[in-house]
Design a protein around this ligand. Sequence first.
Ligand SMILES: [Ca+2]
Ligand SMILES: [Ca+2]
Length: 107
Amino acid sequence: MLDSTQNLATSSQVRGHSGGNQDGKFSVGFRDGVVRTVVGLDRETQEEYTLVVEAIDNGPAGSRRTGTATVFVEVLDVNDNRPIFLQNNYETSILETVPRGTSILQV
Ligand SMILES: [Ca+2]
Ligand SMILES: [Ca+2]
């Protein structure tokens, strides 16, 4: 991350913003600027985050410049809460002469 005077950014942090990082689920590497998860995520609880990442340059104390960027994170769904049947197997029998559309079984 570079600012307009090309001073190398040496500090960064994630600030919460409208449902962002107030519970500390993300961090930003102090020097490399890599955004990482801190805890496991759960799409069924929250499926998207809007983070504001702030960089602070290495200018003289008292006149340091900051810049921000918005990072939008979408949590993709994994089938970890799949629907379940009450039984693993179902069995029934019907006459071969049943009319079309006859109910056979409810699963
Ligand atoms: Ca989940
Ligand atoms: Ca899921």
